[in-house]
Ligand binder design. Structure first.
Ligand code: AHM
Ligand code: MG
Length: 353
């Protein structure tokens, strides 16, 4: 597999001493040669999404100077106020993707229904689903945000595309990834043979492979959950967090630490980097709503990445990738990260039943 040796900048010398750099393109070509599972259209799709993420990164970095902060004055189909950057990022992804001939259609958190590739362009065999800018509440306060995407194959050869074509369980994803706009801009990708991370080199404008074969440690002492919802949680979630909070003196016999960025991309990125567990569970504020996060373009791509990195992702009862979606903007309860912790919370749900 591809490896990188990156020699750091010497403080006395403005130029890297020697670098063997593997670009995203090279990585994809090598994956294709080794595993033979990245058809040309899929490779194009991933490169186009990665290029769109560069454009979004530029807009994010400009902030107030680019007049991109604040509300767009509109609401999306989920009744959430759209930020200017939500709308801009959504448009960047549509514009970048619709003409290449690799897609049949797109769906996004910021669009009520699917976006079919216009007739003037050739239709491809893939479906792209995305959350163009995840962590919207962090945009104006200069905290990490990101783009999440999921790729499905259109089944059947009928012309045209309908919402039905998108309603496939996450285990059928051909690729998934996210880009985190933080102190560094990082693209994390899986095509079903492990997880790789690429860092955007701002000087050259290219994505450079900076970590391959990402692995999430099985155990952790770090949990991520919005504690302000504690009184609304279901008993198994309450039990798990209660036990973590009891620390060394409690049944877990170790102290836990807590992190909550409120950008799923940033929380998941931390877990891929050093382990941890992330929970956005069902709660009784709106009992008919399965959770806050959306299955098709938030939970599914993250679950695919986490599993490919040796972690686990469930909704408390079932593997997220097995959930059969009933509608495009379906929500789901999410528990993902270090395997042994996710298995424990999932086990608590089974015991409670
Ligand atoms: P968004 O897609 O509208 O930004 O909402 C999703 C985000 C996640 O990134 C994050 O984990 C969660 O919402 C935070 O929610 P809360 O503000 O309830 O803590
Ligand atoms: Mg989101």
């Amino acid at each position: 597999t591809a490896t990188t040796e990156i020699y750091t900048l010497s403080l006395h010398d403005a130029l890297p001493i020697r670098m063997k750099r593997i670009s995203l393109t090279q990585y994809l070509v090598e994956q294709q040669r080794e595993h033979g599972h990245i058809p040309g259209q899929l490779r194009l799709l991933i490169e186009v999404v990665a290029r769109a993420c560069k454009r979004i990164a530029i807009a994010v970095n400009k902030g107030a100077l680019g007049d991109v902060l604040g509300s767009a004055g509109s609401e999306n189909v989920q009744g959430e106020v759209q930020k200017k950057l939500d709308v801009i990022s959504n448009e960047v992804l549509i514009e970048a993707n619709e003409w290449g001939g690799h897609l049949a259609g797109m769906a996004s958190e910021e669009m009520d229904s699917i976006h079919v590739v216009p007739n003037r362009y050739p239709q491809g065999e893939y479906l792209l689903l995305y959350d163009p800018l995840d962590g919207s509440s962090n945009i104006d306060v200069n905290v990490s945000i990101g783009t999440i995407f999921s790729v499905l194959r259109k089944v059947g050869h009928a012309r045209g595309v309908s919402e039905e074509d998108f309603l496939q369980p996450g285990k059928h994803q051909a690729a998934a990834g996210y880009c985190v706009y933080g102190p560094q801009t990082t693209l994390v990708l899986t095509v079903g043979s492990g997880v790789a991370m690429f860092t955007l080199d701002r000087e050259t404008g290219s994505w450079v492979l900076t970590q391959d074969e990402v692995h999430i440690p099985e155990d952790t002492k770090e949990f991520a959950i919005n504690m302000s919802n504690m009184r609304h949680w279901a008993p198994p979630v309450k039990r798990y967090i209660d036990e973590c909070l009891q620390g060394k003196e409690g049944p877990r016999a170790k102290d836990f630490n807590m992190r909550w960025v409120a950008s799923m991309v940033a929380d998941v990125h931390r877990i891929l980097t050093r382990g941890g567990i992330f929970l956005y569970p069902w709660d009784k504020r709106e009992p008919d709503k399965p959770g806050k996060l959306r299955l098709m373009y938030e939970a599914n791509p993250m679950a695919f990445i986490v599993e490919q990195a040796g972690g686990m992702a469930t909704n408390g009862r079932q593997r997220i990738l097995d959930v059969a979606p009933g509608k495009l903007h379906e929500r789901v309860s999410v528990i993902l990260g270090s395997k042994n912790e996710v298995a424990r919370v999932t086990g608590y749900h089974a015991e409670a039943e």
